[in-house]
Design a binder for this molecule. Structure first.
Ligand code: HEC
Ligand code: HEC
Length: 297
């Protein structure tokens, strides 16, 4: 007796697979699947290929320099001095004094290495470096000249040690700071919005504290920067707490109209609000005693 009984479930599965293999599109499908698989496997291996866990500061800078020369110097110059074309166009700005915070922010959010320039500079793509590599790149960029450092873990995680009262107070403070400094571009809720020149102030609701603090310290693209002199460390932590509170806010029902702010809300007010008032006015006019009298006469 053969090991594969003709009526065994295994046999029928194999039968189905070989039937499937005979279909015309199967070859193309298999090719596509294997290409995707190869691509994914390569992507998983490639970025960390040249990672080594350099520990000392000098090692880290050396590692960062090696990565920088390959991935960044084309646009930013070998020593981060920036590159301009002969007709004065900026291929990549000087990174002198932008600090580790800027490099960490730009690479960790997938903005750098830039692939295509446009009004937005760069927007979130896949992050192509490991954490160790990003730290190394940041250390190398920081070596160009003093600039904001990556916020310390203590500063980033302070939120975890606040009491409920402290947290409420911070969210309140953060709300004030946010309304004064951020709503113009990022909307009242942090949901983001369009800016002149085709740039977009992104939705920041899902950003962690480190990303928010670094964005504030470095002012990416068209965003202004808020140095510690402008917004203290405490105020930065408060803004992050406020943004997270907005994100976690329970939705008590009703449509938030995509939290898209005054335009969407105004549109609703005009069409539904004013529309129904006009309708009601017409209805009243059609049912007054005078109208009824005319009909009677
Ligand atoms: C194709 C060109 C290009 C490449 C490659 C590139 N950059 Fe950039 N980079 C730019 C441009 C253009 C900007 C300005 C973008 C903006 O203003 O939004 C920029 C901005 C930056 C900034 C922000 C500067 C500031 O003033 O805050 C940092 C930091 C940075 N790049 C680091 C890097 C690092 C690190 C790499 C390599 C991993 C890299 N870049 C690769 C073109 C490039
Ligand atoms: C003048 C408009 C403007 C103001 C004011 C502004 N931002 Fe931004 N912000 C932007 C733009 C534009 C970007 C995207 C920059 C880029 O992609 O290079 C951005 C990016 C960010 C990011 C990174 C988002 C991400 O996911 O990558 C954070 C976080 C952020 N802003 C927070 C704030 C906070 C908090 C304030 C107020 C203290 C603020 N911004 C004020 C325009 C603004």
């Amino acid at each position: 007796m053969s090991r594969l009984n003709k009526h065994s479930p295994l046999h029928s599965v194999i039968g189905r697979i070989s039937q499937f293999r005979r279909r015309r599109f199967t070859g193309a499908l298999l090719l596509l699947v294997s290409l995707l698989f190869t691509g994914a496997a390569y992507a998983a291996i490639a970025p960390s290929a040249n990672a080594d866990n350099g520990t000392s500061a000098a090692d880290q800078i050396a590692q960062g320099k090696a990565l920088f020369l390959v991935s960044c110097s084309f646009c930013h110059g070998q020593n981060g001095e920036g590159v301009t074309t002969t007709d004065g166009k900026n291929i990549g700005p000087s990174l002198v004094g932008t600090g580790a915070a800027a490099a960490d922010f730009q690479v960790r959010t997938g903005r750098m290495p830039l692939q295509q320039s446009g009004p937005q500079g760069a927007y979130h793509k896949r992050v192509v470096f490991s954490d160790t590599e990003i730290k190394a790149l940041a250390a190398y960029v920081a070596s160009f000249g003093a600039g904001p450092a990556i916020p310390s873990d203590a500063a980033v995680n302070a939120e975890n040690s606040w009491s409920t009262d402290q947290k409420d107070a911070m969210i309140q403070l953060g709300g004030k700071v946010f309304l004064t400094n951020c709503t113009a571009c990022h909307n009242f809720t942090g949901a983001g919005g369009a800016m002149p020149n085709g740039a977009i102030a992104p939705n920041i609701l899902n950003d962690d504290t480190r990303t928010i603090m670094e964005a504030l310290l470095t002012g990416p693209g068209p965003m202004p920067n808020f140095s510690d002199g402008n917004l203290s460390l405490k105020e930065k932590q408060a803004v992050a707490a406020f943004v997270h509170a907005q994100r976690d806010q329970t939705n008590y029902g009703g449509s938030d109209l995509l939290s898209a702010g005054p335009v969407a809300e105004g549109l609703m007010a005009w069409t539904i609000g004013i529309g129904s008032m006009v309708g009601f006015a017409i209805w009243i006019a059609a049912h007054t005693t005078r109208t009824n009298k005319k009909k009677d006469a």
